[in-house]
Ligand binder design. Structure first.
Ligand SMILES: N[C@@H](CCC[C@H](N)C(=O)O)C(=O)O
Length: 278
C-alpha cells in the first residue's frame, strides 16, 4: 500500500506529513519514520508527523516521530507544518486549528505568507514549565578539549518543558559551539534524551538571541520552534531580553512572545507531495 505524504519545512526544520482518519494512520509508526526520513534511502526529513483528521476533541490529533523513530511530544515548527497541510487539505489559507499533541492541546492560527507555498502561523505554545533534572553525570572529556566548542562552561543553564524537554545553555558565542559534539555530550546526562541549545544575546540587537541547536532524535537541525520558545523564556528570565523576542537560528528567525502562555510565530513552506511505499 502506498501513502501520500506532503513535505514542509519551518526554517529548514523539515517534516513529512501524513493526514487521514485514525484507521488509515494505524499501521504507520517508528519504522516508517526511520525509513521515510532517511536522508539517502528515504525522502529525507527531521521528523514524521501523523495527523488524525477525525479526532473527537480537536481538529487534528498530531503524533510526532523523530527521524530516528523516537516519539516526541511536541514540535513548534512541526505543528506549523501540520497546520499548513491541514489548511491545504481544506483548501484555505486562513484558519484557526485546535491540534491535540502528546504535550497537550495547542491552537494554531494560520495566515497567508509572502508566496503561494508559504503560510505564517502563530502557535499558542502553552506555559513554559520546569524541565527534567539530569539523571546521570555529564560525561568526562579529554583534558585538551576546547571548552567553547563543547559549551563546557555555560554562564547559566536551565531546563524547560514546552511539552518536550529542553536544556538551554547561556554561552559567549553559539557560533563557536560544535553542536555535533556538544549536543550528545550534554544530552547523555538525560536517560530519556533532551534537546540542547547554546544561546547568547545577539550583539547589537535588543530583545534578540542567537542559538545553536542539537535535537533529541534528529541531531543538528536548522531550527527548533519549541527550542526557540525555551531559549526566549530562559533569556527573559535571566534579564537579557524583554517579552517580544527574535530568535535567530541557522535556518532563519522566529518571533516569541514571553508570557504566562508562550506564543511562537513563524513560517511553514510546502515543498513537495510524494507517494511512498508502506
Ligand atoms: N524541531 C522541533 C522539535 C522536534 C522534537 C524534538 N526533536 C524532541 O525530541 O523533543 C521543534 O520545532 O520544536
Amino acid at each position: 500500500m502506498a501513502h501520500r505524504l506532503t513535505k514542509h519545512h519551518g526554517l529548514g526544520n523539515d517534516f513529512l506529513v501524513l493526514l487521514g482518519p485514525a484507521t488509515a494512520l494505524a499501521g504507520v509508526g517508528a519504522d516508517e519514520a526511520r525509513r521515510w526520513c532517511h536522508r539517502h534511502r528515504g525522502v529525507g526529513a527531521d521528523g514524521l508527523l501523523l495527523g488524525a483528521t477525525d479526532a473527537d476533541d480537536a481538529d487534528v490529533a498530531m503524533t510526532l516521530y523523530n527521524a530516528d523513530g523516537s516519539r516526541a511530544e511536541m514540535s513548534g515548527n512541526g505543528i506549523r507544518c501540520l497546520a499548513q497541510a491541514e489548511a491545504d487539505r481544506r483548501g484555505v489559507t486562513t484558519v484557526e486549528l485546535r491540534i491535540a499533541t502528546d504535550g497537550g492541546p495547542r491552537t494554531v492560527a494560520v495566515a497567508p505568507g509572502p508566496d503561494a507555498a508559504t503560510v505564517v502561523a502563530s502557535v499558542d505554545m502553552g506555559p513554559a514549565g520546569a524541565g527534567p533534572a539530569p539523571d546521570g553525570p555529564v560525561g568526562p572529556l579529554p583534558a585538551d578539549d576546547d571548552p567553547a566548542a563543547l559549551a563546557l562552561e555555560p554562564k547559566e543553564t536551565r531546563t524547560l518543558d514546552l511539552g518536550n524537554p529542553h536544556l538551554v545553555l547561556l554561552v559567549d558565542d553559539p557560533g563557536a559551539v560544535d553542536v555535533h559534539r556538544a549536543g550528545p555530550h550534554w544530552e547523555a546526562a538525560w536517560s530519556g534524551g533532551i534537546n540542547v541549545h547554546a544561546v547568547a544575546p545577539t550583539p547589537g540587537e535588543a530583545d534578540a538571541v542567537t542559538m545553536a541547536i542539537w535535537e533529541r532524535g534528529a541531531g543538528a537541525t536548522e531550527a527548533c520552534g519549541t527550542g526557540a520558545t525555551a531559549a526566549a523564556r530562559a533569556a527573559h528570565d535571566w534579564g537579557l531580553v524583554g517579552t517580544e523576542v527574535t530568535v535567530h537560528m541557522r535556518g532563519g528567525d522566529v518571533g516569541v512572545v514571553v508570557g504566562e502562555r508562550m506564543t511562537l510565530r513563524g513560517p511553514s513552506v510546502r515543498v513537495a507531495t510524494v507517494e511512498v511505499e508502506a
